[in-house]
Design a binder for this molecule. Structure first.
Ligand SMILES: C/C(=C\CNc1ncnc2c1ncn2[C@@H]1O[C@H](COP(=O)(O)O)[C@@H](O)[C@H]1O)CO
Length: 257
């Protein structure tokens, strides 16, 4: 029912605001919200994008906050099931599950699918953080908990924030992007006790040689920065590196509940 003042003019109390006379707005907030008329170009503006970005962080944090200990596994979206590294990633998913870790991947095909498959088939927690791409692939069938992102940077935050370490299989630009982001975060102490293991000695040899013979030699990184990486073909080594990092976190009183 419309309220009126002592001059019989309609009055509206909208929170701390009082509207009377020519300031009286006959529409309600809900009406304005639900009304689709008017210009729509604001949805393509940066302030609106900021809210969408914020919502990606909110959804990601909300979905993953109670995940428990987890390892992010990266690698080529193009690795086929008959590639030996596919089976190795399946085995890793299974072993991580056995050690009490959830497995987080990019939710796509190839190595991501393989690690999710190993985790799911071992009865573990299989997570996929998908990304909107122009060529839609969809989340692989072995993911049980998926969050889809529009923005790479929001998604990359989740890979680090909700994992205790990274295991990286042979891959292309996407994999290298994820690897170098983690290496930079560890090098700059933005994250601590965060193991990064590269699986595939022959694949990664060229990169490690270049890091040592060019980046260290030309003083672009310190020799100790090479120690951020462990390179192996053996999943026993992967599990030992993760276990040692867990012990270091425990010793520092920073273990996952
Ligand atoms: C290119 C193909 C599929 C793309 N689908 C992807 N879905 C989810 N995540 C992806 C996808 N492609 C790349 N990524 C991310 O980068 C890493 C792999 O990239 P790479 O260039 O293949 O090494 C991976 O860890 C994801 O996080 C099918 O042909």
């Amino acid at each position: 029912m419309t309220r009126h003042d002592e001059f019989e003019r309609p009055v509206k109390y909208a929170g701390p605001v009082i509207q009377r006379g020519k300031h009286y707005d006959v529409t309600t907030t809900d009406q304005r919200l639900l009304d689709t008329a008017g210009p729509t170009d604001w949805v393509h503006t940066d302030p609106w994008r900021v809210l969408r970005i914020q919502s990606e962080f909110i959804e990601g944090f909300g979905a993953l906050a109670e995940l428990g200990p987890a390892i992010s596994v990266f690698g080529s979206a193009r690795t086929q099931p008959d590639d030996p590294s596919y089976q190795l990633a399946v085995d890793l998913g299974e072993r991580l599950t056995g050690a009490g870790y959830a497995v987080i991947t990019g939710g796509g095909p190839g190595i991501m699918e393989a690690a999710n498959k190993g985790a799911q088939e071992a009865g573990g927690t299989s997570v996929g953080l998908g990304i909107e791409l122009p060529f839609e692939q969809g989340i692989n069938a072995y993911v049980d908990l998926a969050v889809n992102f529009r923005y790479f940077f929001a998604r990359k935050t989740m890979f680090v924030k909700y994992a205790q370490g990274f295991v990286v299989f042979p891959g292309g630009y996407g994999t290298l992007d994820e690897l170098f982001e983690a290496m930079t975060l560890v090098q700059t102490h933005k994250v601590t006790a965060f193991p990064i293991v590269l699986v595939g000695e022959s694949y990664w040899k060229g990169l490690v040689d270049w890091l040592r013979d060019t980046l260290v030699a030309e003083k672009k990184i310190s020799p100790v920065d090479l120690d951020l990486l462990t390179v192996t073909d053996d999943l026993d080594d992967v599990m030992s590196v993760l276990a040692r990092a867990e012990e270091a976190r425990r010793a520092a009183g920073r273990e996952q509940p």
